[in-house]
Design a protein around this ligand. Sequence first.
Ligand SMILES: C[S@@+](CC[C@H](N)C(=O)[O-])C[C@H]1O[C@@H](n2cnc3c(N)ncnc32)[C@H](O)[C@@H]1O
Length: 252
Amino acid sequence: MPQTFEVLYYQGLESLLQCTDEKQIYVAKFSDYIIRYNANSLLDIGAGDGQVALPLSEMVEDYVAIEQNPQYAARLRQAGKQVIEEVFPTEVKGLYDLVLMSHVISHTAGEHATLVPPAWGLVKPGGHLLVVTHLGIKQDDWSQLLDHVGLGYSEQFNDSLHDCLRALQAKGETEIQNVTSTLTADTVTQMIMAMAFLASNGERARNDAFMERADEVVTILGDRYHTADRLSFPFLHLFVSTQKPATAVDSY
Ligand SMILES: C[S@@+](CC[C@H](N)C(=O)[O-])C[C@H]1O[C@@H](n2cnc3c(N)ncnc32)[C@H](O)[C@@H]1O
């Protein structure tokens, strides 16, 4: 009997969480930003399941999460955190020293123009917006692999990313960092499941398309990403941090 996509999705997520060091890297990097910016208030847009959100929330006096997934929102609330269980953009009271939006912009939809301006509007004058996203077309090993299996970033994603970067640079001092996380797996099956989850973006058709080309991916992994007794694959993330001028009065 064919497996439902929900089962596949959670198996893929489980494989990813076993393989990636992404969450530890995020917690370490975001903690650095909180300390460096002396941030006391944090608005965490698309906070996720708590792995990153909870350690960060302990570092600030005022933490607010926005999370559309009811299970994740419930988990954060059970941990005593303030959660706006809505799809962003939505109404949010107040302004924040740091507004974080980490991997909320989908790599298929590329909704930079819908999500970034309202997030910027919630930054206090003198505060920062930190957007973490993918790099786009042909910039790194992952986008090249996605291209190879016909699931690469669209020109539209790239254009919208570059428009967004230009707009942020015009708004305030902007620092751009490339941060690498690594997928490490003992078995090729584990690596393929983690990658299929990432490539799917939650869509069955993309998962199936990736799995149809899995043999080619296995060959590439064997040729280029095999170290001693393990598979190791790098992921680049773009960290874009913009400071709102202390005198700013506009929203975007
Ligand atoms: C890939 S996870 C990232 C979680 C965390 N920010 C991190 O970087 O580890 C994206 C999260 O954002 C949530 N999300 C995506 N789009 C959203 C939106 N427009 N409004 C609120 N939550 C959203 C999803 O439900 C998911 O929990």
